[in-house]
Design a protein around this ligand. Structure first.
Ligand SMILES: Cc1cc2nc3c(=O)[nH]c(=O)nc-3n(C[C@H](O)[C@H](O)[C@H](O)COP(=O)(O)OP(=O)(O)OC[C@H]3O[C@@H](n4cnc5c(N)ncnc54)[C@H](O)[C@@H]3O)c2cc1C
Length: 385
């Protein structure tokens, strides 16, 4: 993937807009709300995201008929790179914009598109993803949350877990078993469920970082209209897998610019504290820099393909790299890294702790390696215990 003069012109436009906009009331928002810091200034970040929407900087890759910009993949990459470079605050509506929106564009009815896409595009409704359950994480097909249709409405009973942003979401897309007695991927449906109703209880889970960005969600006779099913009833597994495939995208390239900034800050710290004179740390810091170059090249090379194996390789590359960066930061800090330094942790401690999650969400490392083993290496599927 190479950038043309038109792409560079687009880059300049994004850069100029961000420079001009991250001023005044938004000036102090730079860097707010990254991974493990989702609790930071949610109201101001919501206002900022709506400001982006008003200027047409949300849902860039969506078709213009649905309010997007018809942006090419390269333009999307550029936007996310510039966004990260400007240290703009983490967006609050990523699940709707990057997961549900594209799923509805591909599989939704005209009525669903008309009802749900505009409020995602304008950041008026926030979404969360109701897939994982206590007994269904990596093995997602074991979902046991049930839904029955009484004619006018689906009635949902069960429990989801690790639901990011459920405490702030207006809606949830829920994978539920709608055919009694069915098993695995058969008999599941993909339901759109309003979060603010008596049948739903959201309980925050306190994480390693001391914050609570994800939750348990209990459905106790929760309701949604009969038409709020994406695809046919019973066809939810196919739709759910399509959403998972969309989860990887242009935003990954932007994320790497954030990684680059973190590594740059760590290098500055190593120079400042003298840790950079330690031969072992010098070696690790150089390796981290090389690792990031490899990830960027691999991501640029493979982004436009829709190869599952490449997506798995990339997920392993960046999640491991980021986790190791957190460990390296602790090494650079030395013994003081073990003392709680902020509220309750400082920047590096939080990175170290939160990056443990990188190798779990979006498919754990072990699951990615299983995909590579069977699809790229042609090894037999592993035996089911
Ligand atoms: C920060 C964060 C945010 C999340 N947000 C959401 C969200 O918004 N919505 C949502 O639905 N879910 C969310 N999740 C859940 C995430 O998708 C699951 O944690 C993930 O799928 C793993 O499932 P699990 O936690 O049940 O672990 P398990 O599946 O129980 O796995 C436990 C361990 O066993 C390993 N393992 C499992 N099966 C195999 C196998 N076949 N071969 C080898 N090893 C195996 C795993 O790799 C892991 O190390 C989030 C998770 C995190 C960490």
């Amino acid at each position: 993937m190479r950038f043309t003069p038109q792409d560079e012109e687009f880059r300049q436009r994004v850069r100029d807009w961000l420079d001009a906009s991250l001023t005044g009331e938004f000036a102090g928002l730079r860097g707010a709300g990254g991974p493990g810091r989702e609790h930071e200034r949610p109201a101001e970040r919501l206002a900022w995201h709506r400001h982006l929407a008003a200027a047409g900087w949300t849902c860039l890759g969506w078709p213009s008929e649905h309010g997007g910009r018809d942006a090419t993949l390269v333009q999307q990459v550029i936007f996310h790179e510039e966004y990260a470079r400007a240290d703009a605050p983490a967006r609050v509506s990523i699940v709707g914009e990057e997961l549900l929106g594209p799923t509805l564009i591909a599989f939704g009815t005209p009525g669903q598109k008309a009802r749900f896409l505009p409020p995602i595009r304008n950041v008026r409704e926030l979404w969360c993803q109701g897939y994982s359950e206590p007994g269904a994480g990596s093995d997602l097909a074991s979902v046991s949350t049930r839904a029955v249709c009484d004619g006018a409405e689906w009635v949902i009973t069960g429990q989801k877990i690790w639901t990011s942003g459920a405490h702030e979401a207006d809606w949830c897309f829920v994978l539920a078993r709608t055919e009694p007695g069915s098993s695995r991927g058969r008999g599941l449906s993909y339901l759109l469920v309003p979060m603010r109703q008596p049948g739903i209880t959201v309980r925050p889970i306190r994480q390693l970082t001391g914050t609570s960005e994800f939750n348990e969600v209990f459905f106790d006779g929760a309701r949604t209209a009969a038409e709020n099913v994406v695809g046919e009833p019973g066809d939810g597994w196919r739709i759910a897998k399509a959403t998972l495939a969309i989860e990887r995208g242009a935003a990954m390239l932007g994320q790497q610019v954030g990684f680059r900034r973190e590594l740059g800050n760590l290098l500055r710290l190593a120079r400042h504290t003298g840790a950079g004179q330690d031969p072992l740390l010098r070696d690790k810091l150089a390796r981290a820099w090389i690792g990031l170059e490899v990830i960027r090249e691999y991501a640029l090379d493979t982004l436009d393909g829709d190869d599952d194996t490449e997506a798995s390789v990339l997920k392993i590359l960046w999640s491991r790299w980021h986790r190791e960066l957190g460990e390296l930061a602790m090494d650079v800090l030395g013994a003081p890294s073990a003392l709680a330094g902020g509220d309750p942790y400082d920047e590096w401690q939080r990175l170290f702790l939160f990056s443990r999650a990188d190798t779990i969400y979006g498919g754990s490392d072990e699951i990615q390696r299983n995909i590579i083993a069977s699809r790229a290496l042609g090894l037999p599927r592993e035996a089911r215990p």
